[in-house]
Design a protein around this ligand. Structure first.
Ligand code: NDP
Length: 292
């Protein structure tokens, strides 16, 4: 079997175009422009790249982008004061504090200081609880993007066996909640899981979110399974810098029914979902019907 490639880049472009249409309608009919504030503390190179591309795409869909770049030694007090200011700013509908934060800042404290209604990353404890209890919430962007691709490919996911490798708060755990919400039978695997290959071989859906280059080989994949590779790993191969996922793409693609590539799979969907969440937050704040 040769896997169908799930084109996250094309799907994300479609999602962004839908968001842009809805933003144009909001402006025209209601005189409202959604606004996304991104806070970056310090100069982590990967974070700078993400923040730049988030800002660019926010503007491209017609939203206002507010970037706040703070020094690496910014105090917790000053950061919390900025978040409070953004919480109270009616032009800001979404707030994202780029992680990781420098070590002297308490990430949980900062994230939980964001107004949950503006928490477009979905990391606030209230949103985590709402998602876990199946209530309306802000859903973390990366797992939401994965779910959208899975639904698009399969239609219903009901009754499918899903294995999520990784149990982080930003990917693994919310991914498992979303799959459970769509009636999958979900296994969460992690570094202490016994016989991981065997666990993965049972899965109709494999979501790999580990951060270890190409650790899932093709012979772990059940024939015809759908593979969603969240991993983004920079490696050097043949003297060149390369981005690879957590799945060994070539061998997995030879067995899977469908697979996301790296790059061009989950990554672009993450930003598209951030924009979709900002639009949703803006509609909720203005008591307008939410986009589908
Ligand atoms: P974390 O480091 O927070 O979590 C990694 C998880 O993988 C942990 O739960 C860990 O288990 C588990 N793990 C580590 N080693 C193994 C192993 N040998 N076998 C099984 N499980 C293992 O990472 P994130 O969740 O933040 O990110 C995961 C990957 O996804 C990274 O490559 C990251 O760059 C990428 N990413 C991509 C995004 C995108 O937009 N495409 C967005 C966010 C992340 P334990 O808990 O036991 O330590």
């Amino acid at each position: 079997m040769v896997a169908q490639v799930i084109d996250g880049k094309a799907f994300a472009a479609k999602v962004r175009a839908q968001v842009a249409d809805q933003v144009a309608k909001l402006k025209e009919e209601n005189g409202i422009t959604p606004g996304l504030a991104v806070v970056l503390v310090g100069e982590d190179p990967a974070s700078q790249v993400y923040v730049r591309s988030k800002g660019k795409m926010t503007v491209e869909v017609g939203m206002n982008s507010y970037e706040h770049k703070l020094d690496v030694d910014t105090s917790e007090e000053d950061l919390l004061a900025l978040v409070e200011k953004l919480n109270n700013d009616p032009a800001v509908h979404g707030i994202l504090v780029q992680l990781p934060l420098p070590k002297h800042l308490n990430e949980d404290l900062v994230i939980n200081s964001i107004d949950p209604a503006k928490d477009v990353d979905g990391f606030h404890i209230s949103n985590v609880g709402l998602l876990g209890t199946g209530q309306k919430s802000m859903v973390p962007c990366t797992p939401l993007g994965c779910l959208m691709m899975l639904r698009d490919h399969h239609g219903s996911l009901s009754g499918m066996d899903a294995v999520v490798i990784g149990r982080s708060n930003i990917v693994g755990k919310p991914m498992a909640q979303l799959l459970l919400g769509d009636s999958c039978t979900v296994t969460i695997a992690h570094s202490r899981t016994k016989d991981l290959p065997d666990v993965v071989r049972r899965a109709d859906i494999v979501v790999a979110a580990v951060g270890r280059p190409e650790m899932v080989p093709g012979d772990w994949i059940k024939e015809g399974a759908t593979v969603i590779d969240v991993g983004i790993n920079r490696i050097e191969r043949d003297g060149k810098n390369k981005l690879v996922g957590d799945v060994d793409y070539a061998s997995a693609a030879a067995r899977a029914g469908a697979i996301t590539p790296v790059p061009g799979g989950v990554g672009p969907m993450t930003i598209a979902c951030l924009l979709a969440n900002t639009l949703t937050a803006c509609c909720r704040a203005n008591k307008l019907p939410e986009p589908e």
